[in-house]
Design a protein. Structure first.
Length: 59
């Protein structure tokens, strides 16, 4: 299913819906997810800021 444009169509549709409500579309993506970042940049998204998330496991 990779490479068929499904993700691009979905993101475009959602971004269109958000902007039609006069809201700004945004998303979060892990820095290591370079294929997703490349897709979002092709669709016009820009890096706004970098955020570090930290987590821990509860025993």
């Amino acid at each position: 299913m990779l490479g068929r444009g499904h993700a691009a169509r979905l993101v475009r549709a959602l971004a269109t819906r958000v902007t039609s409500r006069n809201e700004r579309p945004f998303l979060h993506v892990a820095a290591a997810n370079t294929p997703a970042i490349a897709l979002y940049e092709r669709l016009g998204f820009e890096v706004w800021r970098h955020v570090t998330f930290r987590g821990f496991r509860v025993p």
